[in-house]
Write a protein that binds this ligand. Sequence first.
Ligand SMILES: Nc1ncnc2c1ncn2[C@@H]1O[C@H](COP(=O)(O)OP(=O)(O)OP(=O)(O)O)[C@@H](O)[C@H]1O
Length: 254
Amino acid sequence: MDGGGIDYSKTNITRENISDCADILLQLQSFSCWYNKQRPIIKQGNLLFENGCATGILGKNGAGKTTLFNAIAGILNGVSYEKCVYLGDSITLNSVDFKQCRILSFAEDHSFPTWNLEYYISFMSSAYRVKLKPALVHELIDGFQVGRYVHAPFHELSSGNRKKCNLIAAFALQRPLLILDESTDFLDFEATEYVYQLIRRRTKCGLCTVVSSHIAQTFTRCCEYLYIISDGEISTRYRTPATADSIVALLSGN
Ligand SMILES: Nc1ncnc2c1ncn2[C@@H]1O[C@H](COP(=O)(O)OP(=O)(O)OP(=O)(O)O)[C@@H](O)[C@H]1O
């Protein structure tokens, strides 16, 4: 994909050389994924995620962002790749070791309807074998303003409050790779701002975040890099432009 004839010198968008990347967490080459192998959702794409960076995944409805995330998280069977390198080692995406290093926060989650936040966090801590920092968990609960819902069953929560519970676990586990599918869907204004703050904090701590969104600000405020998915292809990696207009230009060029 060549960028669709956009004049990058006028948009402050730079296309960059992969060999310049300092600190690669995960690299996927010739990556495809599908529900039906005859009709792949992503065809032979290349992706690179760095430590200390947030990377945005942009694409129209149905482009394949969620499918891509499920594939990277190792929960979609229809996947192939020529190369998958995590911190310098060749790995498979469905290996247990890799699964403990990544966490995917779903766009919308209806699982565990009778569980509550306290139980869910404790389950996730055991599943990932991570000892959570109580101060961080409390800070996240305060930050998302869900203190009063800690013991409420998930099926009684609004969509936004249920989403906050997922995000609390996702950020509390501090995994090297955090994937946020539609990171701010359902969230109120304050929670949206808080998510942006948390993504930037991960970046400052040298952690890697990958995020999809339909809101330009998610990218301009949080992401160093962007990929665009369109017609089953993954674009080159772009430096995130400063404005929403430049993102729209980039999207319409792909
Ligand atoms: N379980 C499934 N079985 C078959 N096809 C599916 C399945 N889930 C999604 N698809 C199809 O895969 C394509 C990509 O869907 P996906 O949900 O990954 O897109 P998306 O970019 O996340 O979209 P949105 O922005 O609307 O959330 C769509 O054509 C969708 O209809």
